[in-house]
Every structure is written in C-alpha cells, then in structure tokens.
Write a protein that binds this ligand. Structure first.
Ligand SMILES: [Zn+2]
Length: 388
C-alpha cells in the first residue's frame, strides 16, 4: 500500500508532499524530500490530499473507555478499550490497574495472557501498568484510601511471575519497603514510575538511585516544593523536573494540568523528557452526566473531564491521545512533530519498543495515524491494516 500526498510527521520535522510505502505490515519506504514514489503494479494507493501521517500513538497509561475498565480482567473489556482508543490514533497501549486487593490485580495479569495482544481489533496491548496499591494516603486521587498499603514482597513477587506482561509499576518511593520493591521490579525488567507520592526530595532521590526513572501523571497526586522548618525543599515534582533521566508522564487533556504548568514542564524537560498519557477511564466515550466506576469509586462525566461523584477529585480523563497532542500544540506552543514524539517515540523508547514502533522509519511496524488539519483522526492503521 502506498500513502501519497501526505505531510509526514518525522521525529525532527514535517516533510510536505511525502509518500510512504507499506509492505508486509512494515514501513518499507519513505520518500526523500522532493521525491515522489510511483505506485507499483497492483499496489493499493491512498491519496491523502495533504493530510498528516504520523506514527501511531503509544499510551502507557489507560484504564478504560465506554464504561469498560481494565479491572474487569476480561479479554472482551480489553478489546473494547483497545478499539475505542484506536479512534484517537493510539496503536499501542498499556492497560492500567487501580489500587485493589491482590487477587484482583493478579486477575488482570492472568487475563492479559488470554488475549492476543496484537489482535484486539484496535490498539495492540504492550502490557499492564500496575498503578497502586503502594501509594501515599496523602495522595490517593481516585484510588480508595482503604486499599492503599506499603510494598509487600509476598505480593509483588507474585506479580513477577507475569513479568513479561508488566510494562511498569507506579508506586510512592517514600513508603517503607519501597526501595527494595523498586530494586526487585527493575531487576525483573519492569519500569518503575513514582506517583501518588508525598515524597520529600531525598525520598525521590533514593527512588532514583534504586532505579525509578519515570514520574506518573506529573503534577497530579504528587508532592511539590514545601518548607521543612525555615527551608524550602523539593518534592517529587521538582526532582522529576530537574533530573534529565526522569521521563515525565503528562495528562495534557487541558484540564488535569494548566497550560502554564505544562509550559514550565516543557521548558524543564525539553521535547524528549515528556510522555503524553491519557489516563483515560471508563468515562471516555460517554456523554456528559453518565456515570462509571473507577475501581469501587463512582465517577461522573462532565464537560471534557470526569470527577468522583462528590466532585472532590479528578477521576481519570475522558481524553483520546490526538486531543492531548492538540492541547500541546495549541495551548503549550509545542511544535507538532515534538508533540507527536511525546505521544509516540518517547513512550516507545521508555518501553524499549522503539526498534519496532514509535516513529516513521523504514523497517518499523506500519502503525500509523492519518490526521486532518485540526488533528482529528481520520484513519488508524495497525501493521498497515485499518483499525479505525
Ligand atoms: Zn493515578
């Protein structure tokens, strides 16, 4: 298949009037600047009339959509979530758990083994992101405080039986036992992200020294600079902003974090230090006023966001990834190719997948998204097959 007359969103630039050839599910050829690729005999041609062609988006943090949730631990729910998020240009995602009893978390890990991760009918599943339960009770967000607990080796060693299915674990590095947990997870090849944390500077630094390399939904449910006696010291937020090796997740739905804060993060981290995540929950795709569950907490959809029923906390997002890219361009003044990189190449690198997906490059999987001028998704392709 040949895509012609596309604006190619490459990692470092946008190439106008480009063409891209897909063969056997992979990107086979990309036109050089000014070059036109002629269709081969029998080859399907898609003339995109100047639309953008970007790498499919990689979302490391998705709970659900359409009232379906990863915690259902059912291949059918997983498939519905993956199909929905393909409509936002996402072609690879990590299904994300919430704080829950151990048996429910393990059920999700088991269920992930009973679905072909590359044949969901939508985005591929790259693994499970275990978010909680090792969180600070000071920063529960939409997690039920009663379910939060300290790292327990008996629990997390059971997770390690499914290590190949786990992309990352979010935990609070200041909790008793957290550093040993971080070490055990990192040794098993699992990425550790700090989040729902009330860490002081030195707690964050200790987590980093033991292998923590990411911050979960930066700014949200995270300690910031505060006073200790007369002195002002950093929290996890400033540690993550100041440490180049920390990748910062950002829910750029325009509601979770204000444009000024997002701009500050962009100035601190640069284009390579941010990974856009939707943190979408079961409210994604529902109408305003409809309710859904986040674990055992009831949440309601409002205009562009979802809140816990009492309105006291944000409960996941209702966003799709193309909307986050749009927010970064329109409200944070980030160049489009950089915003796309934050939604594709940066998370792909973090998950060690950039040798197979995450950018427009010959030899990589043809996971692609066709975007219009307003960054609305026109079509999404997984290995060259249209899934939206
Ligand atoms: Zn969270």
């Amino acid at each position: 298949m040949l895509f012609k007359n596309v604006r190619l969103i490459l990692p470092d630039r946008i190439q106008p009037a480009g063409a891209l050839r897909v063969r056997d599910g992979c990107i086979a050829q990309i036109s050089a600047p000014g070059e036109t690729l002629a269709a081969e005999p029998g080859e399907a041609v898609l003339d995109a009339n100047g639309k953008f062609l970007a790498p499919g988006f990689v979302d490391m943090h998705i709970h659900g959509a359409l009232r379906r949730d990863s915690m259902e631990a059912s291949p059918e729910a997983f498939s519905q979530i993956c199909k929905f998020h393909a409509s936002g240009g996402t072609t690879a995602l990590a299904l994300t758990t919430v704080s829950a009893p151990q048996s429910e978390i393990v059920a999700v890990l088991k269920a992930a083994g009973s679905i072909d991760p590359n044949a969901t009918g939508g985005a591929r599943i790259v693994g499970i992101h275990i978010e909680g339960p090792y969180f600070s009770k000071e920063k529960p967000g939409a997690h039920l405080p009663d379910l939060l607990r300290h790292p327990n080796p008996a629990e997390y060693s059971e997770w390690l039986q499914y290590r190949d299915r786990i992309t990352q674990v979010t935990l609070a590095p200041e909790l008793p036992g957290a550093l040993a947990c971080i070490e055990a997870l990192c040794a098993a090849g699992i990425r550790v992200s700090g989040g729902h944390s009330d860490a002081w500077d030195e707690d964050a630094a200790a987590g980093f020294a033991h292998g923590m390399r990411q911050a979960t939904h930066t700014f949200n449910c995270m300690s910031g600079a505060r006073r200790r006696g007369p002195y002002r010291v950093a929290g996890l937020l400033e540690f993550a902003m100041g440490e180049p090796e920390m990748l910062c997740e950002l829910i750029a739905d325009g509601h979770h974090v204000s444009p000024t804060l997002m701009r500050a993060l962009y100035r601190a981290k640069g284009p390579d230090g941010i990974a856009l995540v939707t943190d979408a929950g079961g409210g994604a795709g529902l109408a305003v006023g409809e309710s859904f569950m986040v674990g055992c907490i009831k949440a309601v959809v409002h205009d562009g966001i979802s809140l816990t029923e009492d309105g006291s906390a944000l409960a996941c997002s209702v966003a799709r990834m193309n909307e986050l890219v749009r927010t970064m361009v329109e409200k944070v003044d980030v160049p489009l190719q950089e915003a796309v990189g934050m939604a594709s190449l940066n998370p792909a690198k973090a998950l060690g997948l950039d040798h197979t997906l995450g950018s427009l490059q010959s030899g990589l999987k043809a996971d692609l998204v066709l975007l219009n001028d307003d960054l609305g998704v026109e079509m999404t392709f997984l290995e060259g097959q249209r899934v939206f």
